[in-house]
Ligand binder design. Structure first.
Ligand code: C2E
Ligand code: CA
Ligand code: CA
Length: 592
């Protein structure tokens, strides 16, 4: 051996190679083992599948411990099975089909689906299938199967938090807009209507200031609970912040449906709340905008519901629908609002008077008081221009106070001058529903020493019908003072006969639109005749307004109408001109 160094060298080299090879193999198998261990201890399920061959689908050739643990199955139960073992639930059949489709086409696949364990429990599975190739040939699939239930729960929790109000757990503004947009799309497709209600509590700030924020929070939670209970599953109640709530009614049908829901909400909130042993009463105001009538997109609907809510609050009507004339349309109108605030101080308002005559005798029984605004730059403005704005902004209240005082002062002055003129004053819905109106009027009658019979209040039919019960209460109080009452613009609203019979009114005024048409339109003439008969049957007087010619006057007299007023007799004039008119006219003044 020693004399043949070459023969000696070769086996030595060979044994070295062998050793290296053995070492490499050992290392490789060690690495494999390590890899195997790693695969087994991996938190997720790992499976190796055979590729699909012709019609034969893939089979599971290997699974790690994680896989067995995930499904609660032993390795024996799994090996050789099809991917059905991944447990994708029936309702996610489409995902399973897609998986097979990809495997047959040799394309990688990734999806999320609910899967079922052996014991039937479900979990959220994230599955990834990666093809393994050798020399361009697909040899295996490796499947990674992760249980993402916890992450999903976390994500859905975060999503919930992002879409809901933390205090009441009601949907927030984001979710509301999302649902509103969807509801609008559906309503457009199905040609149906939906309603957006915006509500805020009437005395919430007071509650917060008096009892503290914690107290306010508890109250808001109770409000949220009552709102939720009042509505259908398909409806959405959202809290937009503070004491502001929004209600989306996707299947409202029509305005009546929205009004009914609004009334139900107001009723349920009217029941007192008990917060920490404290009895609390909080009212609410609701503004309503309807799709498609009041707006075609979510922003417009919400904005209009907002303005309507403001109107409802100002008018104390409880709820109010959007009306086009509620929107300050132009800079011009906004300027008027500002200027109106100063008009009272600057004494720019003036009372005009229009005589109301007894048709048979031609004697003036009363003068209707009609407001005018002597605007410094625009000239004399008629109430149609500024009364609606005054009602919207709440300025109607001081204006009415001023007007009542001024009118009764005028009655006193005329009486002192020997002209006992009775007056009729127009009162808008908002002022009518003010609790203090009767006591204010009582005080002013005393102040100017005016007999209550000298004052008549004209209220439009629609403002009574806005809240008949409330109106009835106030009108009864006014009647008990001895003040006379009249329903204005009769025929333009929707009063029920029952209400009409109950109301303590003395007079019904036929709207001038019917009077103007009565000599040319048979329909108008028969409406006028019907209202006259109706009034008489109820024991009320009836007055026709808007008499513009002698023929109308004559026909009205023949129909038995009691009173008339109109341009043909006299236009509305200021106090001084009214006295001149009385002195010069052929008509007389009742001195009864
Ligand atoms: P109204 O109570 O129906 O008053 C009658 C309106 O018809 C008055 O318009 C009057 O000028 C007008 N008029 C009188 N005779 C005729 C006629 O023969 N033909 C025609 N075409 N019109 C006639 P005005 O003064 O512009 O008042 C409009 C409305 O504004 C009133 O309707 C009333 O609802 C409201 N209003 C007027 N003054 C006041 C007020 O002091 N307070 C409140 N809240 N509303 C008022
Ligand atoms: Ca009137
Ligand atoms: Ca009228």
């Amino acid at each position: 051996m020693s004399d043949n160094p070459t023969s000696f060298r070769t086996p030595w080299t060979t044994s070295l190679d062998l050793e290296r090879k053995l070492t490499e193999q050992r290392l490789f198998s060690e690495q494999l083992e390590l890899l195997g261990t790693a695969v087994h201890v991996a938190g997720e399920g790992i499976a190796i599948l055979t590729p699909a061959v012709e019609a034969i689908g893939p089979r599971i050739a290997f699974v790690n411990d994680g896989f067995c643990a995930q499904y609660g199955r032993s390795r024996d139960e799994i090996i050789g099975q099809t991917p059905i073992t991944f447990g994708i639930v029936e309702r996610h059949q489409a995902i399973f089909d897609a998986l097979l489709h990809h495997v047959f086409e040799g394309r990688p696949f990734e999806a999320e689906a609910t899967a079922r364990r052996k014991d039937g429990r479900e979990f959220e599975l994230q599955i990834q299938l990666v093809p393994v190739e050798d020399g361009g040939q697909l040899t295996h699939w490796v499947a990674f199967l992760r249980d993402v239930t916890a992450t999903k729960t976390q994500v859905s929790l975060l999503r919930h938090q992002a879409m809901h109000d933390g205090l009441t757990d009601l949907p927030n503004r984001t979710l509301l807009f999302d649902r509103l947009d969807k509801a609008i799309t559906t309503a457009r497709d199905t040609h149906s209507a939906l309603a957006m209600l915006l509500m805020d509590l009437d005395r919430f700030k007071e509650v917060n200031d008096t009892f503290g924020h914690h107290f306010g929070d508890v109250l808001l939670k109770q409000v949220a609970f009552r709102l939720r209970n009042q509505l259908h599953d398909a409806d959405t109640v959202a809290r937009l912040g503070g004491d502001e709530f929004a209600i989306l009614l996707p299947d409202v049908g029509d305005a009546n449906g929205a009004a009914t829901t609004a009334r139900n909400i107001l009723n349920t909130l009217q029941q007192p709340f008990v917060v920490e042993g404290q009895l609390l009463e909080v009212g609410a105001s609701i503004g309503i905008a309807l799709y498609p009538h009041h707006g075609l997109d979510s922003r417009t609907l919400l904005r209009r519901a907002d303005v309507a809510m403001y109107t409802a609050k100002q008018s104390q009507l409880g709820y109010s629908f959007h009306r086009d004339d509620h929107e300050p349309r132009s800079a011009d109108q906004l300027a008027l609002v500002v200027e109106m605030r100063h008009a009272l101080e600057r004494n720019e308002f003036e009372l005009f008077y229009q005589p109301k005559l007894h048709l048979r005798s031609g004697i003036m029984t009363r003068a209707e008081v009609l407001l005018r605004w002597n605007h410094p730059t625009r000239g004399i403005l008629a109430p149609g221009v500024f009364i609606p704005i005054a009602e919207r902004t709440g300025l109607i209240r001081p204006i009415t106070d001023w007007l009542l005082n001024r009118a009764l002062q005028q009655v006193r002055e005329w009486q002192d001058a020997g002209a006992p003129v009775h007056v009729a004053v127009n009162i808008s819905a908002k002022s009518l529903l003010e609790q203090t109106l009767p006591s204010k009027i009582h005080m002013l009658l005393e102040k100017w020493r005016v007999d209550p019979r000298f004052l008549k209040i004209e209220i439009t039919e629609s403002s009574i019908m806005a809240d008949p019960a409330h109106a009835l209460a106030i009108l009864s109080l006014l009647q008990s003072l001895g003040v006379r009452l009249s329903i204005d613009d009769f025929g333009t609203g929707y009063s029920s006969l029952t209400h009409l019979r109950q109301l303590p009114i003395d007079e019904i005024k036929i709207d001038k639109s019917f009077v103007a048409g009565m000599t040319t339109s048979d329909a108008d003439a028969s409406i006028v005749r019907t209202v006259i008969d109706l009034a008489h049957n109820l024991g009320k007087q009836v007055c026709a307004e808007g008499v513009e010619d002698e023929e109308t006057w004559r026909v009205l007299r023949d129909m038995g109408c009691d009173l008339a007023q109109g341009y043909w007799i006299s236009r509305p004039v200021n106090a001084e001109k009214l006295m001149q008119w009385l002195e010069t006219t052929a008509w007389g003044l009742s001195r009864s």
